[in-house]
Design a protein around this ligand. Structure first.
Ligand SMILES: [Zn+2]
Length: 142
């Protein structure tokens, strides 16, 4: 378990209630969920239920630290809110339209063109059909 900033700091813990929860549980997810639920205007408790320990796509461990608990994170450990139906396609800011994924996956999805996304879908289908070959390929590279 990483070391938490030991004092109440509004930039890190937002409210004293959240600070108390973190002190009791050593879990930073309620703080991150509170901040982001406010941003999207959704229920913090429901939003917290989306905040898994891992990216919903690639399964990297997520680090929910904010403020003074926000150490040098890699993009693949930084949680972000992903809209399943993109905002540009009319996707709403509602719990049902959110997944918590790492910033690396989010950037790949956000920065890809329509054509690239279709290529990834085809690659994913191909890999699924040839998993054993693929794993053998990776193994040989190591
Ligand atoms: Zn990811």
């Amino acid at each position: 378990m990483k070391k938490l900033y030991p004092k109440y700091d509004p930039g890190t813990y937002h409210t004293r209630d959240l600070y108390r929860i973190v002190c009791e549980t050593r879990d930073l997810r309620p703080v991150w969920a509170h901040k982001n639920a406010n941003k999207w205007g959704v229920d913090p408790e429901k939003f917290l239920q989306l905040c898994g320990k891992e990216c919903a796509i690639c399964s990297e461990t997520l680090d929910y630290g904010l403020g003074k608990n926000n150490h040098d994170k890699n993009l693949e450990n930084k949680p972000s809110t992903h809209h399943i139906v993109p905002q540009s396609k009319g996707g709403l800011d509602v719990i049902e339209n959110f997944k918590i994924i790492c910033m690396r996956c989010n950037e790949i999805l956000t920065n890809s063109t329509h054509k690239e996304i279709h290529r990834y879908i085809k690659i994913a289908k191909f890999l699924k059909a040839h998993t054993e070959l693929y794993e053998e390929h990776i193994y040989k590279k190591v």
